[in-house]
Design a protein around this ligand. Sequence first.
Ligand code: ATP
Ligand code: MG
Length: 168
Amino acid sequence: MRESVAFSLNVPTPEDMRRLGAALGSALASGAPGVRLVGIEGDLGAGKTVFVSGVLAALGVAGSVRSPTYTLVEPYECPARTLYHLDLYRLADPQEVEALGVRDLMSGDAVLLVEWPERAGGALPPADLAVRITYMGDGDAGRVVGIEGRGPAGRDLAAALADAVKAQ
Ligand SMILES: Nc1ncnc2c1ncn2[C@@H]1O[C@H](COP(=O)(O)OP(=O)(O)OP(=O)(O)O)[C@@H](O)[C@H]1O
Ligand SMILES: [Mg+2]
């Protein structure tokens, strides 16, 4: 079996980014039981929080998403599933991840959506689903998003997401 399921797509506008996030949110709400960690990588202003707002919207969280820049973690207890939005940009030391109680957060069937996962070094397990947002060309035009699912749960989720995106 393949080690990972990966695809990439052009995401021209913030609205498209939100829609992509919402496709993930719907998949998480209706299945993907083994998925614990979604890593969202990309430079400052790439659109990570816009993506997260789409995920949350699909789970019924209305309004704009408050970035947990200083608190590092924001819980969302949605009917379908509990989500934790983490923003590790200001993490001073990977050891702080332990102090956040990430192990406990991941012990149930909650999902962690983590911006700047690379700041955690080895203190976070590998993501089940890795989302990588890159700027396309100059200016504020578009983005390319790469999605890679690893492990059985991550691969299934990436495959479901690829189908959902094709159908959009
Ligand atoms: N195709 C696009 N997808 C997502 N956002 C876009 C796109 N084009 C322009 N934008 C704009 O880029 C900005 C992305 O901001 P956002 O806060 O989501 O970035 P971020 O990756 O979370 O940054 P940070 O690392 O500071 O948390 C928004 O102002 C959004 O309107
Ligand atoms: Mg952000």
